[in-house]
Structure formats: C-alpha cells, structure tokens
Design a protein around this ligand. Structure first.
Ligand code: SAM
Length: 296
C-alpha cells in the first residue's frame, strides 16, 4: 500500500496522479545496457536471440535493450552477464550519463557512485579514456562498486571511499555527476508490503539535507565552464527542483536545458524548473529526475 503522505504530496504536485499510480502498480520490465568496452549491440543481440530471449532497442540509445519477458534472474544466468558484456540497468538510470556526455580526456567526478551503473556507463562512453573519480560513502557498497568496475573492464576509475560532502575544495572537475541518495519515490512498487515503513516523511527530510549539502559541494568542485548533472530516482519536487533551486542561488550556476535524442518519446511529468526532466514511472521506466547545470 502507498504511504498516505506520498499520495498527498504527489496530488499536491501533479493534480491527477492516476498515471503515476498505474506505473507504481506494474512490475517493471528488465532492461540492460550493452557494455561497449567488451561487446557490441550486434553481438549482444545475437547472444540474446540464440538464448531465445526477446528484446527491443530503446528509443534513446542503440545500446539500451528492453527484454519483453525475461527476468533479471534469467539474464544473470547468461555468460554475457558473468563476462561483463552487459550491465543490468534501468532505462531511466542510463539517462544522466547521456546528459553529462563524458568525452575522452575529461576529468570526471561521480559523487555517489555505488554500485557503479553510471560509473561503468561513463567509462564505456569514453572508451576508458577519461579520468573518473568515483566516490562512495559506504564501504560495503564501495566493494560492490570495485567488483563491478572490474567485471565491466572500467580501468581508469579511482575509487574514494568517503563522504563526498567532506571532499577537499582543492579538487576541481570539468564534469560532475551527482546521482544523489533519495527516497526512491520514482521506483515504488505499490504491492510492496514494507513500503509504509521504509518510505517515510523522515526519510524524505533526511535525503533532502544530504542532497542539498552534496549539490552545494558539487558546485564548489565544478570548474568554471564545467557541467554538472544532478539526478535522483524520486519524482518529488522537494528532492529535485527545490534542491537545485536552493543550491544554485547566488553561485553563477545556471540550468542548461536537457536535450537528448528520443526524449520526446519518454513518458514525462511536468516540472517546476524549465529545462529539467522528470520521467514518470511506467512498466518500462523508473521515475527519475535529471537536471543539467553549467558554471558560468
Ligand atoms: N550512481 C549509482 C549507480 O548508478 O549505480 C547509484 C547511486 S545511489 C542512488 C546513491 C549512492 O550514494 C549510494 O550508494 C549511497 O551509499 C551513496 N551515498 C550516500 N550518501 C553519500 C555521501 N554523503 N557521499 C558519498 N556517497 C554517498
């Protein structure tokens, strides 16, 4: 059952929330990303077809596949998975690195990195030719991150097991991804019996404090002219637009409109900050927020 406070907040923010509730009640399809450091879309397509697994290619990237029936467990049993030629990753979670657009030679900070879906995606996008610092506060999650980096062949990543809020302002980066810890209000499954216990107003409040502190730190660490992407898997404006608005105030950082090929085909929710993007939870997509910021 959905927590009452969440339903209230969503109604206040969006008005009619029947589509959101519809998305919460459907089991999300399995999606994967082809790891181009180790494979190609053609090779993965061939291996899936040989294994009798049906798939579709996403509207926004040729390396993002949706499996029409197969479960994560079935995919994890394939050699493709063990060899790191694919990464199980939600469609929405692939968007922030695409918006940040890392390139060869970039100096990138991934501020909240474990288990490494987006770190490994950025390593693949740059052919391991960007220097990536991946920061993760929790030691056990950092171990999972290191494991995934190894399996995926993401070689040029330096892992820092630390609270990113404590990073020295001496550091500076041209590109920063802050995929912030959040309430997960975009990934809710309405039939989850524990939802009322886990998704609480206290959690949202705690996340907001961390998100704001992390984003302010990210802005301090961003080079002039640099790009910062802030994302969460929440669809609550208090974890998204309100955090961005509060963090950029008086800093010279501005919102750059998110532009991605295929965006028009994404299920989108209205946003209160023009240029940002909020994906509605559906059978194919998790609810997700992405903002692109530039330091002037
Ligand atoms: N970007 C990851 C990916 O694509 O696989 C998912 C990141 S998850 C949304 C947020 C992560 O931030 C968690 O692993 C959490 O442990 C970590 N985290 C929370 N607070 C942090 C902090 N203050 N500094 C660094 N990492 C933090």
């Amino acid at each position: 059952m959905l927590p009452g406070f969440l339903t209230e907040k969503l109604k206040e923010q969006y008005g009619d929330i029947s589509d959101i509730i519809g998305g919460y009640t459907r089991k999300r399809r399995t999606t994967l990303r082809v790891n181009t450091l180790k494979s190609s879309p053609e090779e993965v397509a061939e291996a899936l077809t040989a294994a009798g697994i049906h798939f579709e290619v996403s509207p926004f990237s040729p390396i993002a596949f949706l499996l029409t029936e197969a479960t994560e467990k079935e995919i994890m049993a394939l050699p493709l998975f063990a060899e790191g030629r694919i990464y199980l990753q939600s469609y929405s979670s692939m968007l922030p690195p695409l918006v940040l657009a890392p390139a060869e030679g970039d100096d990138i900070l991934d501020m909240a990195a474990a288990p490494g879906g987006k770190t490994t995606q950025m390593a693949a996008m740059t052919g391991n030719r960007a220097s990536i610092t991946a920061c993760e506060r929790h030691p056990i999650r950092a171990e999972k991150l290191k494991h995934n980096l190894e399996v995926q062949g993401a070689g040029k990543v330096f892992v820092m097991v630390t609270d990113a809020r404590q990073l020295d302002d001496f550091f500076s980066f041209g590109k920063i991804l802050l995929d912030a810890p959040c309430s997960g209000s975009g990934t809710v499954f309405a039939d989850d019996p524990n939802l009322e216990k886990t998704l609480t107003p206290a959690l949202v409040g705690k996340c907001r404090n961390t998100q704001l502190a992390l984003l302010k730190k990210a802005i301090r660490l961003l080079k002039k002219g640099g790009t910062l992407v802030y994302s969460t898997c929440s669809i609550l404006k208090e974890e998204n637009e309100e955090i961005v608005k509060a963090a950029i105030k008086g800093t010279g950082v501005e919102i750059t409109p998110v532009e991605l090929p295929g965006t028009e085909q994404l299920p989108l929710l209205p946003v209160t900050l023009p240029g940002t993007l909020c994906v509605r939870p559906t059978e194919e997509y998790e609810g997700f927020f992405v903002a692109k910021l530039t330091k002037m």
